[in-house]
Ligand binder design. Structure first.
Ligand code: ZN
Length: 229
């Protein structure tokens, strides 16, 4: 007997169709993939997808939530199908995804594992409304910043490049008399890492000369620059 899919009424019902190929299922899955920032090629069948999904590499926390998401989605679609068939329930993809999200949130209370300290994972967890479980620090190091004593001026400089034809960005901040006295920034031109760090130093020294500062403390993270002096 050929049974019509109760969710789309456009194809025969079997487990592959219901949980994966059905237009309704596709709609639901698109939400799950968006939550987890996952890109899935559409030519997988459901079996291959589950094998692939269980191998996704992420932190323990996000991997656990993702696996819960995958299994909960399949279970929820099947459960919905039964309610539609036996109780004539009304349904929508959006409502089902709200329920799936709530179940993932519920499971997160039991989910062990730590997150990775990455923006990507923070966005995933934030989107799901689940607090991140960052790795605990082994020890705490308290860092204090002491303003340069009078009459010293301290200038912190840094530079960065990006792109295959590297574009220069450089800047610095000047502190003295117990407060921030000014800062500078320059973007433009092309150069390499050492050049941009050197460029930042040149701009800083120009500031020193133009203001007539005599006691200068310049801080950079570029070892080559430090070794020049
Ligand atoms: Zn269908």
């Amino acid at each position: 007997m050929h049974i019509c899919c109760p969710l789309c009424r456009a194809a025969g019902e079997d487990i592959d169709h219901l949980s994966w190929d059905c237009q309704f299922a596709r709609q639901v899955w698109s939400y799950i993939f968006a939550w987890f920032h996952v890109d899935v090629t559409s030519n997988l069948d459901v079996g291959s997808f589950i094998i692939w999904a269980m191998q996704i590499q992420a932190s323990r926390q996000v991997t656990n939530l993702w696996r819960v998401g995958v299994m909960t989605t399949i279970w929820s679609i099947w459960n919905l199908r039964n309610r539609v068939v036996f109780d004539d329930a009304s349904f929508s993809a959006v409502n089902l995804t709200v329920q799936i999200k709530a179940l993932i949130l519920e499971a997160s209370r039991f989910s062990l594992g730590e997150m990775m300290n990455s923006v990507e994972e923070l966005l995933v967890l934030h989107g799901l409304g689940i607090p991140g479980n960052p790795r605990r620090s082994i020890s705490y190091v308290y860092v204090f910043w002491i303003p340069p004593p009078h009459p010293w001026h301290k200038i912190n400089i840094d530079g960065s490049i990006h792109g295959s034809l590297p574009c220069i960005h450089t800047g610095g901040i000047v502190r003295g008399n117990g407060s921030v006295m000014g800062c500078f920034h320059f973007s433009g031109g092309r150069g390499w890492a050492f050049e941009v760090e050197l460029f930042a130093l040149i701009i800083a020294l120009e500031q020193v000369v133009s203001h007539g500062w005599d006691f200068i403390w310049i801080e950079t993270d570029c070892t080559y620059i430090v070794e020049l002096f």
